[in-house]
Design a protein around this ligand. Structure first.
Ligand code: ZN
Length: 247
């Protein structure tokens, strides 16, 4: 089969308890992202899962059949079991791509993969947000493909430095906010055979996942994170040639 198998993991808690969020995302935050991704070239399938699904949407069957997972969570990071967080971590180390969105910076899989606290500074300006400019700082990076010099968001939640992450292997976006802060808003890391992309825009009460450029960055991130080699440790194991064959 050609094309990528995507799993959109969505916590799905805000959508159940907040009318405001339901109004912005009647189809859920994950549903909105999935609906966009499934129309993009090179994507074979998009599966939407939520925290309250069987196995928290993270069964072995799902993980083994996912090339790239996107992750949106906020209120219930602690509800994701350690066992499942470890499974996601291990899948990434074995080649699965992971695109972590917005408040997913505090999710268990992301923090495990980073090894740091992952906290940041934030401000939800009268819950209406403030202006953000998401500047492309690496125009030649594949994740910046088709993205203008900067993406302007009229209303966004401020995420600011210091962001407690390891130095990104590649930094693609830096955001500026009306309040004066800056933030490393698009960061790439390699972990084992896998790749991780973090992208910060996407507060639940603001319609950010309808912005065509933001969606395109998520899609580009999925493509960048996609496994480039067969996964599951093809390079590993005991390679033990007789000594005379080496030299
Ligand atoms: Zn938020």
């Amino acid at each position: 089969m050609s094309g990528l198998r995507i799993t959109v993991w969505n916590e799905g808690v805000h959508e159940k308890i907040s009318e405001k969020v339901q109004k912005v995302y009647p189809n859920s935050i994950g549903g909105q992202i999935a609906q966009y991704l499934e129309k993009q070239p090179g994507i074979a399938s998009v599966r939407s899962v939520q925290l309250d699904d069987p196995d928290q949407g993270l069964s072995d069957e799902i993980l083994e059949n996912t090339d790239v997972m996107t992750w949106w969570g906020h209120l219930a990071h602690d509800k994701v079991s350690e066992e499942n967080a470890e499974k996601v971590q291990n899948r990434v180390l074995n080649g699965m791509g992971l695109v972590v969105l917005h408040s997913g910076h505090m999710s268990k899989p992301f923090r495990r993969l980073m090894g740091t606290g992952c906290m940041l500074k934030w401000r939800e300006w009268q819950s209406e947000g403030e202006r953000e400019r998401v500047w492309v700082v690496d125009p030649a990076h594949p994740i910046a493909n088709g993205i203008p010099e900067y993406i302007e968001l009229e209303r966004s939640e401020m995420y600011g430095e210091h962001f407690d992450i390891p130095q990104p292997d590649q930094l693609v976006f830096v955001s500026w906010y009306q309040g004066g802060e800056v933030f490393r808003s698009g960061c790439c890391w390699h972990r084992g055979l896998g790749k991780v992309f973090y992208f910060s825009p996407g507060h639940e009460t603001l319609p950010i996942y309808y912005n065509e450029h933001i969606l395109k960055v998520i899609y580009n991130g999925v493509l960048w994170c996609a496994p480039t080699k067969p996964v599951n440790g093809v390079f590993r194991g005991n390679f033990d040639p007789p000594i005379e064959k080496i030299g």
